[in-house]
Design a binder for this molecule. Structure first.
Ligand SMILES: Cc1cc2nc3c(=O)[nH]c(=O)nc-3n(C[C@H](O)[C@H](O)[C@H](O)COP(=O)(O)OP(=O)(O)OC[C@H]3O[C@@H](n4cnc5c(N)ncnc54)[C@H](O)[C@@H]3O)c2cc1C
Length: 380
């Protein structure tokens, strides 16, 4: 005896749940998550930033299209603000003026409020920046911190309200085509469905192969993050991120967290197999060194460290759409470093494509051309 659903979504992170939330009013939806709890992997390990200037053109469009949901979430699903303002300072050294001006010009095409700051301007926003280390920076004043768990819970609530079934400790194993869809063999029995949505994050290619479909070439990249207590209160400081192209500044970022802590990272990207990512001690030590060169913080001790896998497609933009070689198999993968801030619009887009309606006509749907995110671009 098998379970049945119109759509089976594999993965209980932010990608799977936003699709479930947007589809559940229209289709019989079942979400299966291998772990005993939802959001156990990358979704529960992010830096929780909302940055409209970050992630490349497609991700920026999806972020901007998600604005409505973040700033005006459905009151029956969210009972407090999803966002808290934490400006974003993208910093360069004294020799990086051209680089920073080019970055500001690029960013301004999406976000008119960005401004170029000189050393004094940077230090007014973040007094612990070393005057000899920094020279120029771009300020995105309306960047935000996201309450990720509240966003994820809103999607869970929205899905359940429309009778979606969300099953944890249920892992998709073999996925077999049937004349009118798929049979998903799981750790607790088979499920028959018309459509399969692959929202398995770092395991996206593994799940495809279980359905006999070629991988897209997804690359999970581990990033380690940690918290540390600065001597001075960081309340009111921005998120500070060194520019990757800087002639003198080494990669790292920090931002204020609740309880007077700083969240810090090397902004590392180390290829890693799908799995339960563990923090890398060398990356923590290097981040502390780079933060020392950038600031007068003098951070030494680490309160808590963790790591997550940011999973990218070959062009670092998400893959949201039908698999051209296998009818009824839908990809919702490659969210990289922007899967939280793009989630509301990505889910609306995915649901529209699954239902066969024009995404631009869907509430909170993006105006993006679906070809820009179609997995077909990797099947030439
Ligand atoms: C350190 C760090 C900082 C980040 N900062 C930001 C940020 O500031 N802003 C932002 O927007 N994004 C950020 N991200 C990225 C963001 O967290 C991800 O893009 C997003 O969480 C990806 O969500 P997902 O649902 O695709 O993956 P996941 O949350 O990993 O969910 C995939 C799920 O699929 C399940 N699964 C896999 N295989 C199976 C199977 N066979 N059967 C059933 N279930 C299966 C897994 O158990 C997992 O729970 C950051 C990530 C990291 C690691």
């Amino acid at each position: 005896m098998s379970d049945g659903a119109d759509v089976v979504i594999i993965g209980g992170g932010i990608a799977g749940l936003t699709v479930a939330h947007h589809l559940a009013p229209h289709r019989r939806v079942m979400v299966i998550e291998a772990e005993p709890t939802l959001a156990h992997h990358t979704t529960g390990r992010s830096a929780a930033q909302y940055l409209e200037t970050y992630g490349g053109a497609v991700n920026q469009s999806l972020t901007l299209a998600s604005r409505h949901f973040f700033f005006d979430p459905p009151p029956d699903l969210v009972d407090h603000d999803l966002l808290t303002r934490v400006p974003f300072l993208h910093v360069g050294g004294p020799d990086d003026r051209e680089l920073i001006e080019a970055e500001a010009a690029r960013a301004a095409t999406f976000v008119p409020g960005v401004a170029v700051l000189d050393r004094d301007g940077l230090r007014r926003h973040c007094p612990v920046l070393r005057p000899e280390a920094v020279g120029w920076g771009v300020l995105e004043p309306d960047a935000m911190d996201i309450d990720v768990m509240a966003l994820h819970q809103a999607f869970v609530r929205g899905s359940r309200r429309h009778d979606a079934v969300i099953a944890t400790s249920r892992s998709a194993q073999r996925i077999e085509p049937r004349p009118d869809g798929w049979r998903v063999h799981t750790s607790t029995g088979p499920i028959d469905t018309h459509f399969v949505v692959n929202a398995a994050g770092a395991w996206g290619d593994v799940v495809a192969e279980r359905a006999g479909i070629d991988p897209l070439g997804l690359t999970p990249l581990r990033r380690t993050a940690f918290t540390s207590a600065p001597a001075t209160s960081p309340v009111g400081w921005p998120l500070v991120h060194t520019h990757v192209g800087s002639a003198t500044l080494a990669p790292c970022y920090f931002k204020p967290e609740a309880g007077g802590q700083l969240l810090c990272s090397l902004a590392d990207e180390s290829p890693a197999p799908p799995g339960d990512a563990r923090p890398n001690e060398v990356d923590v030590a290097l981040a502390l060194d780079h933060l020392d060169a950038l600031t007068t913080l003098g951070l030494r001790s680490v309160r808590r460290a963790w790591a997550g896998l940011r999973t990218f497609t070959p062009d670092r933009q998400p893959a949201i759409g039908w698999e051209p070689t296998a009818p009824g198999f839908f990809w919702m993968v490659g969210q990289g470093g922007t899967g939280i801030q793009t989630a509301p619009a990505s889910g609306a887009l995915a649901a529209a494509l699954i239902m066969g309606v024009d995404p631009a006509t869907v509430r909170h749907g993006p105006t993006l051309d679906p070809a820009a995110v179609s997995p077909a671009r990797f099947r030439a």
